[in-house]
Design a protein around this ligand. Structure first.
Ligand SMILES: Nc1ncnc2c1ncn2[C@@H]1O[C@H](COP(=O)(O)OP(=O)(O)OP(=O)(O)O)[C@@H](O)[C@H]1O
Length: 591
């Protein structure tokens, strides 16, 4: 059950927390060398570009009045050279930084993916897939530029500002003070906008996450949507979510726009002030026309890095909103993991004991209570009973997909909570109700059960489950490409392929959850023969609603009322004339 539905906003962190950014430094530090090279290149390129106004001032005040042709050509050539060199340096830097940005994305994404692979079922039960996906794909993309170029640009812009300041004061201190007079106004605007901008970016991240979650859900459920002709209704929900996103985006953009707007106006104001003050001072011949020209050029140049810094600050706030979400995912505890000092489970015989096991998915709502089961090695156990009684839950607990809430589960006397997960699951073959098929060939899909299996072993497993025949009927046989989720295959064919995959793992404990529910009666009878052979010597748990498929099991457990209501062989339970008897006879009559 996805408690965090697509249209429920995720919680926002209230205070701005720099720790997210500091944590991101781990990824940035790995790129130290190329970033230093890029920084040096940028500093050189900016420094060279800054000399242009000085050349211009000299040309206007000295070279042109002197009417010297060759020096004018020389200065012009120098000016052109500064432009060419600074463009070349900037291009090299941009190539280096594109690479750095991609490397940072790669590292964060890899960490996220690895962590997601380990997170327990519970994590996925609780949230829409779309909200998980957007973190790995979009959010990581969005932070890469700030974490790579952003840092360098930030330092550069500060240096740029200092350089320009120094050049400015070197040319004329009084007019420089006129340029600086705009700064207090600018800081006041920034302080006013700061918190609002952060909230606005957080809201944008939330709304885009909701939109993504709904898109993902709609694509997954497209068949049901079309069956029930719910296209219009869904389009309505989508429009609502898209409108929410657009509204938050517009709000954010409006706040963002206020900053360049203020800077532009301040630049115009200080430039006008320079002309005014400069011309007044020109009378007493304190400043030349060239100085006024250079200073108005510096005024624009001085405010440009300030504008860039405020844009960087804005992207930084935006990135922190995304980093919050990325690190939240990375911090998600792997609640089902190896305990400290976990022990390798030795090759197992297959005795399984449920010792007073209680389990709840949600605290306070027990699905199983004080369950005691003792299964001998090699015994085949059928779990039957009403829908929602807890059959799948029982087998999920054996594989430790969830931790028990109370009690213990032992395999050959070893508490599985203390065993290494890999050593536990690698000795089990589990076929879940949802026979998931990955994109790739049928051969790949079966081999997923044991990656080092030969083609012959794959085919042998397919033969046992009677899948070989239909696979060979495809034009490319085992090499037939199937889509993700196996949409090219029938439900029954998907079940047979995942059945073969489970068998290929050659497990000591076999768990089959509704493994044959979609398979026709004839194939099932054939399959049963192969399966009986295969089950010999292995402990197996078989969940089936069709009781005819499990009546040969050594023991049948009727799961109901948060525990085992009846247990025994088919004959024993029939003789008892209890719930199993009624269920079985009802099914017989229907058939
Ligand atoms: N991931 C989950 N989170 C919360 N509750 C769950 C979850 N999975 C199952 N449940 C609840 O636990 C109970 C037992 O579910 P379970 O899937 O084990 O039943 P089942 O006997 O296998 O049913 P079916 O025959 O329909 O497959 C049900 O009431 C179900 O609502």
């Amino acid at each position: 059950m996805a408690r965090n539905k697509f249209d429920i906003d995720e919680n926002l962190e209230s205070p701005f927390d720099i720790k997210h950014f500091r944590r991101a430094l781990v990824y940035i530090k790995k790129q130290k060398t190329p970033m230093i090279v890029a920084f040096v290149l940028s500093a050189l390129s900016a420094g060279i570009a800054l000399s242009a106004p000085l050349i211009m001032q000299h040309v206007v005040d000295v070279t042109i009045p002197a009417k010297e042709a060759w020096p004018l050509v020389g200065w012009s050539a120098l000016m052109l050279a500064t432009i060419v060199v600074s463009v070349i340096l900037a291009t090299i830097r941009s190539r280096i930084m594109t690479r750095v940005g991609q490397d940072i994305i790669f590292d964060i994404r890899t960490d996220l993916f690895k962590h997601l692979q380990e997170l327990p079922f519970q994590y996925y039960d609780d949230r829409p897939q779309g909200k998980i996906l957007i973190r790995v794909v979009n959010y990581v993309n969005s932070v890469s530029d700030v974490l790579s170029n952003g840092i360098i640009n930030f330092i550069l812009e500060i240096l740029n500002l200092l350089f320009i300041g120094a050049f400015m004061f070197a040319v004329d201190a009084k007019l420089s003070l006129v340029i600086l007079a705009g700064l207090p106004v600018f800081f006041a605007v920034m302080m006013l906008l700061k918190t609002r901008q952060r909230r606005a970016w957080q809201a944008v991240s939330n709304k885009s996450s909701n939109l993504n979650a709904y898109m993902q859900e709609s694509i997954s459920g497209i068949r049901v949507t079309q069956i029930f002709t719910r296209e219009e209704r869904n389009a309505g929900i989508f429009t609502r979510l898209a409108t929410n996103y657009r509204r938050e985006w517009m709000k954010t953009m409006y706040l963002n726009f206020l900053i360049p707007f203020s800077v532009d106006n301040l630049t115009t104001l200080v430039t006008t002030a320079i002309y005014f003050v400069g011309l007044l001072a020109m009378g007493p011949a304190e400043v030349t026309f060239g100085v006024i020209l250079a200073m108005s050029s510096y005024a624009a140049r001085f405010w440009q890095p300030i504008l860039n810094l405020s844009n960087l600050y804005n992207s930084f706030i935006n990135a922190v909103a995304y980093l919050e979400r990325i690190f939240e995912t990375l911090d998600e505890p792997v609640t089902v993991s190896d305990v400290p000092n976990a022990r390798e489970l030795p090759p197992i015989q297959g005795r399984i004991t449920f010792d007073d096991v209680t389990f709840a998915y949600d605290p306070g709502h027990n699905v199983l209570e004080h369950l005691n089961i003792d299964v001998k090695a090699g015994e085949s156990i059928a779990l039957v009973g009403p829908t929602g009684a807890g059959k799948t839950t029982v087998v999920n607990l054996i594989s430790r997909f969830y931790n028990v809430t109370g009690g213990r589960i032992l395999i050959d006397g070893h508490d599985i909570a203390e065993a290494k997960l890999k050593s536990l699951r690698s000795q089990m073959g589990i076929m879940l109700q949802d026979s998931f098929i990955f994109s790739g060939t049928i051969m790949d899909n079966i081999r997923y059960g044991r990656l080092d299996a030969t083609d012959e072993e794959v085919v042998a497993a397919a033969k046992i489950v009677c899948a070989d025949e239909f696979i060979r009927e495809f034009e490319n046989g085992y090499m037939t490409e199937v889509n993700e989720r196996g949409s090219k295959l029938s439900q029954g064919q998907r079940q047979l392929i995942s059945f073969a995959r489970t068998l290929l793992a050659n497990p000591r404990i076999l768990i089959l959850d509704e493994a044959t529910s979609s398979i026709d009666a004839r194939t099932e009878r054939l399959l049963q023969k192969g399966l009986n052979e295969l089950l010999k010597g292995r402990t197996s748990f078989i969940i089936a609603h069709r009781l005819s498929t499990v009546k040969n099991c050594d023991r049948i457990l009727y799961v109901a009322d948060k525990g085992i209501a009846e247990a025994g062989s088919h004959d024993e339970l029939m003789a008892r004339r209890g719930r199993y008897y009624h269920l079985y006879t009802a099914q017989k009559m229907e058939a």
